[in-house]
Design a protein around this ligand. Sequence first.
Ligand SMILES: Nc1nc2c(ncn2[C@@H]2O[C@H](COP(=O)(O)OP(=O)(O)O)[C@@H](O)[C@H]2O)c(=O)[nH]1
Ligand SMILES: [Mg+2]
Length: 394
Amino acid sequence: MVTNLPAEARAKWLKYLDARTTEEKIKALEEFLSAVPKHKGTENLVAWARKKLSELREELEESKKRRGGGPSFFVEKHGAAQVVLLGYTLSGKSSIFNALTNAKSKVTGIPYTTMFPVPGMMVYEDVQIQLVDTPPFAPEGVKVSWRGRLLGLARNADALLLVLDVTRDSEEQLRSMVKDLEGLGILLRKPRGRVQIERSKAYSGIRLVKMGKIVDGTEDDVRKLLESYRIYNALVKIYGEVSLDDVEKSLFEAVVYKPSVALLNKIDLISQEELDKLTNRIREQFPDIPLIPVSATTRQGLELVPKAVFNSLDLIRVYTKEPNSREPSKEPLVIPKGSTVEDALKVIREEFIKYFKYARIWGPSAKYPGEKVGLDHVLADGDIIEIRTQIRGI
Ligand SMILES: Nc1nc2c(ncn2[C@@H]2O[C@H](COP(=O)(O)OP(=O)(O)O)[C@@H](O)[C@H]2O)c(=O)[nH]1
Ligand SMILES: [Mg+2]
């Protein structure tokens, strides 16, 4: 990363961060680029800024075209999580979507049949997960007008389902999608650490919240770094192991991690031997991305998908039980792995926290059935929880 940017470039950068509309962002980024000296040390930054600029220009052009109205790319979230399908044209996204959900998306065999996102529900045991079928992902360099909006959809999703076509170079399809997305700050592999910077006048000074550590510097170094960008008020959250470089990078691009599952589709069209070789090669290259061989046509392998997706999301199911009632709720409360009793209460009914006496737990996280626990007890998938409060009726 850079660090040696002249003050002028840093000030321009701040202007970009503050820009609200696409037009303002384009203008600020152009000014930033002209203020950055071009040399080896700024190579990556310049490449990133140019790429971002071309995305923004595409976005602007597209939104001008769309002023007349038409369907939107935004898909409201429903169910426990939103999972977006991504893959090149004709890889079988719509066929898989139709096989896994109650919804219908058009399949014609003609490239670019799906022009807008289509939502549907996939069921895993007693959990509903929203799947979103999408227009094709295009390799870098191939211009498709929806690219920016498709990436926006991916950035906003809880997880991604990558669809690879076994009859074309599926290994290369995965490699190029991962590279393309990671280049834009959408990581498909869990990073060792992550930085989140919230700038606000409301914070006086630069405050650090560490849920991890800075491996090559002190808190003071972070402060100095931000001040060199003329950022004087911010909340800096550090998760896991991060370097000063990561802190600086996070000023340029909000990096997000999206759990992903890859589906190797159309396995009805190749031999078992070919398939084994291919899956081994892909798994070796991407050990962090679960790979499931499937066929939308014969439905082979599809039964494994809901569970794999649910597991990738790092969620747990908790069932609530009224005191004195035998049966827990049918519908689970679906919350992030690592959630405590207090986290669950925030979702169930916040007031419970104020009047909380204790909770009883049955299931995987209980030492014995009906164990009494406090607010900080960590829950597990399949737990049944009963809340006792100080006031009856609350
Ligand atoms: N043999 C075979 N063909 C498939 C499979 N999945 C999809 N197809 C075909 O591939 C073509 C593209 O499928 P579609 O779902 O529209 O792909 P999309 O462009 O990624 O949405 C269609 O002609 C499908 O019938 C599969 O598992 N096996
Ligand atoms: Mg389609």
